[in-house]
Unconditional design. Sequence first.
Length: 60
Amino acid sequence: MADPSDRTENLACEIEAAVDAWFVESFHNSPVSRATEIFNHVRAAVDALQERLGAILKER
C-alpha cells in the first residue's frame, strides 16, 4: 500500500499539471496572451493558487 505522503505528493503533482493545462487551454492564444502585463498578472495568480492548493494538500 502506498504511503499517504506519496499519495498526497502524487495528487499535488496531478493538480499542478491540471491547472497548468487549464491555463494553457484558457489563456494561450487569447487576447490576454497579447497583453504582457495582464498575462503576467494572471500567471502569477495561477502560481499563487497552485501554492495554496499544495499547502492544503500538505495539511492532510
